[in-house]
Design a protein around this ligand. Structure first.
Ligand code: LU1
Ligand code: MG
Length: 214
């Protein structure tokens, strides 16, 4: 039977990356996507911006919406302090299965909790299920029309505190117009655009960093 692109991406990691070395896993995926098959990872250029925001926030609790193959999960988790936790939500079981193996190859299982299911179902259960108070950092990279409703849901569930940082991928391409309008006009957020390019291309895209003001 035919393999899927995520399966071929995992194969490239297992072939070219060193077990337990997150940076080699990131490099292997970027090489695969640039030279073999494009895939919707945040990529190396926007990934550097992601890294700088993670390092600046130095979060104890991180929520990632949309794991896909675990590329950004590995980038984020590799920068977290010792007892920090990253919870990542993925509702496609095939993607989740690949991501678990990518995260394991990087040796980061102990820092990552991959939860299979829809963000809308799991966000209201974060406190009771995972003992989370609030998230210091949220990385939004799932369906683009879910960014705004899930942001409202996180606010309603008391998962954001004064200073919580939302970092959203693809605010230009494919684009998240309703989300961008909201975070840029709401008095409860301080928003900043980091211009970059769509992963592995010359097309403009960027990340929007929005600090919740409480
Ligand atoms: C609601 C919800 N809950 C849990 N997981 C969810 C979810 N919605 C999607 N997911 C999961 O996240 C992943 C989805 C991500 C959506 N990302 C995209 O659609 C996406 C698309 C592009 C893109 C750009 C230009 C082009 F020409 C073509 C594609 C680039 C990107 O960086 C992207 O993140 C996989 C999916 O199963
Ligand atoms: Mg993306």
């Amino acid at each position: 039977t035919q393999s899927t692109r995520p399966q071929r991406l995992l194969g490239a990691v297992q072939k070219n990356a060193t077990r337990g070395d997150p940076r080699s896993v990131v490099k292997a995926i970027d090489h695969f996507c640039r030279n073999q098959e494009w895939a919707m990872n945040v990529g190396d250029e926007k990934g550097c911006i992601l890294d700088s925001v993670v390092s600046e926030v130095n979060p104890a609790t991180v929520l990632e919406l949309g794991t896909y193959c675990g590329y950004s999960t590995v980038r984020i988790a590799s920068l977290l302090p010792p007892h920090a936790k990253l919870i990542t939500l993925e509702f496609n079981p095939d993607f989740a299965a690949i991501a678990r193996q990518v995260i394991a190859w990087a040796g980061l299982e102990h820092k990552v909790q991959l939860v299979e299911g829809a963000s809308g179902d799991w966000i209201p259960k974060m406190k009771e299920q995972f003992g989370v108070e609030t998230f210091d950092l949220v990385f939004l990279d799932h369906w683009k029309d879910r960014y705004l409703p899930d942001t409202h849901l996180m606010e309603e569930c008391g998962l954001l505190r004064k200073g919580s940082v939302l970092l959203a991928d693809n605010v230009i391409c494919p684009g998240t117009p309703d989300y961008l309008e909201f975070v840029r006009s709401s008095p409860r957020y301080k928003s900043q655009y980091f211009k970059s390019h769509l992963e592995y291309t010359k097309v403009e895209d960027g990340l929007e960093k929005s600090v919740f003001l409480g």
